[in-house]
Design a protein around this ligand. Sequence first.
Ligand SMILES: *[C@@H]1O[C@H](CO)[C@@H](O)[C@H](O)[C@H]1NC(C)=O
Ligand SMILES: *[C@@H]1O[C@H](CO)[C@@H](O)[C@H](O)[C@H]1NC(C)=O
Ligand SMILES: *[C@@H]1O[C@H](CO)[C@@H](O)[C@H](O)[C@H]1NC(C)=O
Length: 469
Amino acid sequence: MHTSTKLRIPTSQQQQLDAAIMDGAHRSPAARPPAPPRSKMKLLLLVIATNLVSVYLFSGASLSLRLPAGAAAPSIHLWDSSALLRDLGATRAALAAARAEVAALRAQCNASSLLLESVLAGLGAAHGDKPAAADRGFDGWPEEPTGELRLATEPHRLPLGFSAKLGTDELHPGVGFACRNFQDELARYMAYDAGGECPDDADALELQLILKGCEPLPRRRCRPRSPARYVEPAPLPGSLWSIPPDTTVNWSPYACKNYTCLVGRARARGGGGGSYECKDCFDLAAGGKERRRWMSDNGGPGFSIDGVLASRAPGTVRVGLDIGGGAGTFAARMRERGVTVVTTTLDVGAPFSAFVASRGLVPLQLSLAQRLPLADGVMDIVHAMQLGGWVPGAVLELALFDVYRVLRPGGVFWLDHFACVGPRLNDTYAPILDRVGFRRLRWKASRKLDLGAERNEWYLSALLEKPLT
Ligand SMILES: *[C@@H]1O[C@H](CO)[C@@H](O)[C@H](O)[C@H]1NC(C)=O
Ligand SMILES: *[C@@H]1O[C@H](CO)[C@@H](O)[C@H](O)[C@H]1NC(C)=O
Ligand SMILES: *[C@@H]1O[C@H](CO)[C@@H](O)[C@H](O)[C@H]1NC(C)=O
């Protein structure tokens, strides 16, 4: 940190200078009340201070670097070796003296630089400026991060110095930019016993931060407590359709305290409350709704998995991603067909991630705000069911371009039951999908009636191909 602080001094000076010049000269009177005499005074002081320092430095340099008269132009006695040695000795002494003077000069430079800094800081304070974050090397944090947060956010030097492969001599940890907006919550989240057990409130706080776009999160050095009486998962393939024991989950963040409660909520429609999506996806009972999902084509927005797979050359759909995949049933059905699907989950209101994992599938904790952690052109299929009119248009567009990015040429995006109010379908969402560049293979819109016809809500399901060229 020391070196980087040192390196930042010139930039912060430059910023202060720029800011001072902006204040004093460039802002038009229309944009700002007439500049008070104090700011002109400030500019004047600044100019004087800068000039004083330069005059001092240049005069000092030219005076101090003059070599002693005798050594200035030593005559070389080529044939007299003892005289030659004497001359060399004198030159060496002169050089040492000059070096000492350079060091002294450097110290004076440091002092002048500090002086200039304190003058500028004084000016800033007189102006009522908040200490600029860049000044302190906080990289834009409202408060300087300390302790565990600092450790997790500051750059760390590579032990072997500059790496040509990485193109840097330090590593910056990945912490979401949005985290800076929630520093109080983040400070609470990061107040933990490093090397010990994670606090119990972890899940709830974590989720709040992620939902607001603060991800990836910086907590890295504690051990979450394992649930008491943990039971190891059932073996595949039985695990795909079995509800795990309640003791596999830490229930403290949830209103329900067991799977019976989660399943019961689905059966008691409307009862149970809770604001989470996918209320009925924990009910894996034979003949239940979850078992029937994607098993048949209903002629409308309900496509079947087999129908979608049949639209591609056999065996060419092998790996995929299910965005907002709830309890993981899409991935389970795909697994039964030899397709590996990773499910993105957020534990809003229920332990989706633990449930997906207990089924023997991969849950990936990711919000819609984050760029997908996948390289370009690697997925055969992306499925998304939880998208809808609740997503801001711009965010949706970013997410859909990202889906396009990770799909391979000829890969398909299955937009499943996208819900929105009627007019938005044609004036907002269809144009976004077209802008992204997908080719429509199937497109089915139909009225969504569960909340009443007068709301004019619609479902859109679409099978969209990323073109081969
Ligand atoms: C000048 O200051 C830097 C840190 O700000 C320090 O590392 C360096 O040793 C100082 N130089 C002298 C000659 O005092
Ligand atoms: C499940 O949890 C609910 C409260 O959420 C409780 O009333 C019920 O007795 C529990 N059932 C079982 C089988 O543990
Ligand atoms: C959207 O436009 C199509 C024609 O392009 C029309 O058939 C359809 O009814 C419109 N959908 C809605 C929800 O307005």
